[in-house]
Structure formats: structure tokens, C-alpha cells
Design a protein around this ligand. Structure first.
Ligand SMILES: *Cc1c(COP(=O)(O)O)cnc(C)c1O
Length: 367
């Protein structure tokens, strides 16, 4: 048996006719940059998200950077975010000139809302909660803190397309939210792609302008911007896939439940916890064990590919040595970085494969 960590080919084959014909249309119409397919996807995504504006951009990292810049965040400001994420989250804060301020994680691997207030200073302008692995942060508490301290909330939804918190979709709690459509994400393009959503029309217009060299009309540059556009091919592919996202999320959830059931007796493992009232979309299924490296190696020998998200918590990366942290500043994130293991999870993963993975894990732990 050989089980890949993500298998994008299976999904492509299931949708091959639609995808191929959408690609052909874009090429035949030379609708590569902007135009009909980009507009179409933007309005479909906004509609499905029940939000006023969607701006397609080149990737999920740019999406965060653009929103921060257009909210006026820059040099001298501080932005609070989680100690456990992909580097895009903190990198885009630094790119604006602002300083990333990290907060340790909670038992769900997400920013610990109870530890945010102690990090707020006069310079704090915004909070970026990251709905990591597909699960919502504690948005009630985060909203309360943001309101009290007059901070923007920018949700990083790169791993959480259509996840929910108390029946409200993540991405609709703050000033704006950002998405990545990197191929392996729950909704993935065939290259880099991203989007910003917001109910604030003025912010939407600014983001759209900034992402396109500061122009809404060709040659009318109202300001300097950057080149960060969603391209027509990616937009057309995303339009084919969008109608399936809720079904795919539900299938991921079922796979997670099956893992939970099969692995529940293994007391050496901590299985992912679901926050009460939240709808987890299981972008990743992450288990914890202090035998992580040995288990990973064993699964690999048996043909099961796994991954680690992420092997080094953000504050512990070389990139942030200049902030002079010690692992003890972020005990939860620094502890679990050596214990977390992401098992394969995607809609096309078969029940048989999950049984195989679970029984291989049980054999490793001598069950
Ligand atoms: C993937 C990801 C991003 C960035 O997305 P790109 O499209 O690769 O730039 C940002 N934040 C998180 C949490 C991610 O997982």
C-alpha cells in the first residue's frame, strides 16, 4: 500500500471534463489577466460566502499584506497573531513595516484568546486570528477584545474555507478575511491563487486598486500599488470546484470521525479536539504523541506519507531570532512542535486506506 499525504490527481480525474473545458475556454478567449473568468469567480465566491466583496489576488500571503496595508498598518505598529502558523501570517505583518507580536496557542492549536490582552500596547493596531487546520478560533473573545481596544480583526482563513463558529462562517467576523487557494488547500487552484473578502466597500475598492498597481482603470494610477492578480486560468478552475466545497468539507469531516473512532483506544495519542459550537473542516487531521518522529518513520516505511504543520513554531524560527525569544515564552507552541503529526486527509481518501493507516499506527503502539 502507498498512501500519499495529498493526492490531487484523483480530484482532477473526477472533474476532468469540466476542468479541461474551462481551461480551453480561457485560452481560446485569451482571458488570462482579469476579465470574465476572474469576475465570475469573485462574484460566485462572494455569493457563496454571503459577503459583499471578494477580490481575487495572486496568493494568500499577498492577501494578508494587501489588507494590512490598506487598513493603514505599517512602520511603528504592532499586529498580534498566533505562535503556530505558516510563516505567511507573520511575514506579511513584517512586510508592511509593522512588528509581529506572537501569542501562544490553546488546546485546539489556535491563538489563545485569554493571552491576547497582555500583549496589547499603544502600538497594537490589529489581531490576525488564524483558523488553523480548518478550525475556528475563539471569535467571541477575540471580537470582545478587538472592540474594547479598537483593533482591526483580519482573519487568516487559508485553511478554513467555509468553516464556522457558532453558525457564522469564519471570515465574516472582522474588517476583512484572507484566503489561499494553494493547490493542497480545501479549495485549491492549479497554481498560486488567493482572495480577500470584506463587507467594507471602501476597503474592498482600496484592496482591488492596490493589488493592481494602484489603478482601477488602466493608466489611471491613484497611488502606487503592487502586481498581485488572480489569473483567469486559476479563476476558471476555481469556479469549477467551488460548487463542491461544502460536500468535500463534509467528506473530510467524516474521514476525521472515522480516524477518531479507530484510534480512540490508543492512549499514547492525543486526537484533535473540536471546539464546542464550531464547524471544523479538517484541512488537516493532526494527532499528538511524544513518539512523533519514530511513528512518522514507521508509517513512512509502511508506505504512509505524513507531514508536520509545523515543525518549528513561528517565534522559534531563525527568522525571528532578532526578537530574542526563548521557547519558554511560548510553552504550548514550543512543546507541541515536537509532538504533532498530520495524517493524510482528503475527500478522495478511501475507508480502506484509513483502516490501513489506523491499524499501522496501532501496530506501532503494540495494540
Ligand atoms: C497557505 C497559507 C497561507 C498562504 O497562502 P499562499 O497562497 O501559499 O501564499 C497563509 N496562511 C496560512 C495559515 C496558510 O496555511
Amino acid at each position: 500500500m502507498k498512501i500519499e499525504f495529498v493526492d490531487l490527481k484523483k480530484q482532477y480525474l473526477a472533474l476532468k471534463d469540466q476542468i479541461d473545458s474551462s481551461i480551453n475556454s480561457v485560452i481560446n478567449e485569451s482571458a488570462f489577466i482579469g476579465g470574465k473568468y476572474v469576475n465570475k469567480f469573485e462574484s460566485e465566491f462572494a455569493e457563496k460566502y454571503e459577503i459583499k466583496n471578494c477580490i481575487g489576488v495572486a496568493n494568500g500571503t499577498d492577501a494578508i499584506y494587501i489588507v494590512l496595508r490598506m487598513l493603514g498598518i505599517g512602520l511603528g505598529d504592532e499586529v498580534i497573531t498566533t505562535a503556530l502558523s505558516w510563516i505567511s501570517t507573520s511575514e506579511s505583518i513584517s512586510q508592511t513595516g509593522a512588528k509581529p507580536v506572537f501569542v501562544d496557542i490553546d488546546e485546539y492549536f489556535l491563538i489563545n484568546a485569554d493571552k491576547i490582552e497582555e500583549k496589547i500596547t499603544k502600538k497594537t493596531k490589529a489581531i490576525i486570528p488564524v483558523h488553523l487546520y480548518g478550525q475556528s478560533c475563539n471569535m467571541n473573545k477575540i471580537k470582545e477584545i478587538a472592540l474594547k481596544n479598537n483593533l482591526f480583526i483580519i482573519e487568516d482563513c487559508a485553511q478554513a474555507h467555509f468553516a464556522e463558529y457558532e453558525r457564522q462562517k469564519v471570515g465574516t467576523f472582522g474588517a476583512a478575511a484572507t484566503f489561499s487557494f494553494y493547490p493542497g488547500k480545501n479549495l485549491g487552484a492549479y497554481g498560486d491563487a488567493g482572495a480577500i473578502i470584506t463587507n467594507d466597500d471602501e476597503l474592498a475598492l482600496k484592496c482591488r486598486m492596490y493589488a493592481n498597481h494602484g489603478a482601477l482603470k488602466k493608466h489611471i494610477h491613484l497611488m502606487e500599488g503592487i502586481n498581485s492578480r488572480l489569473d483567469g486560468l486559476q479563476a476558471a478552475i476555481l469556479s469549477v470546484k467551488l460548487p463542491y466545497i461544502l460536500q468535500w468539507n463534509a467528506e473530510r469531516f467524516e474521514k476525521a470521525e472515522l480516524y477518531n473512532e479507530l484510534l480512540s483506544e490508543v492512549k499514547e495519542l492525543n486526537l484533535p479536539k473540536i471546539r464546542e459550537g464550531s464547524k471544523h473542516i479538517f484541512h488537516l487531521y493532526v494527532i499528538r504523541t511524544n513518539k512523533r518522529d519514530e511513528l512518522k518513520e514507521y508509517l513512512n516505511e509502511k508506505g504512509v506519507e505524513t507531514a508536520i504543520h509545523y515543525p518549528t513554531a513561528l517565534p522559534n524560527l531563525q527568522a525571528y531570532h532578532y526578537l530574542n525569544f526563548v521557547p519558554n515564552n511560548f510553552p504550548m507552541a514550543s512543546g507541541i512542535q515536537n509532538e504533532i503529526l498530520s495524517l493524510p486527509i482528503y475527500p478522495e481518501l478511501t475507508t480502506e486506506e484509513i483502516y490501513f493507516i489506523a491499524s499501522t499506527i496501532k501496530t506501532f503502539f503494540k495494540y
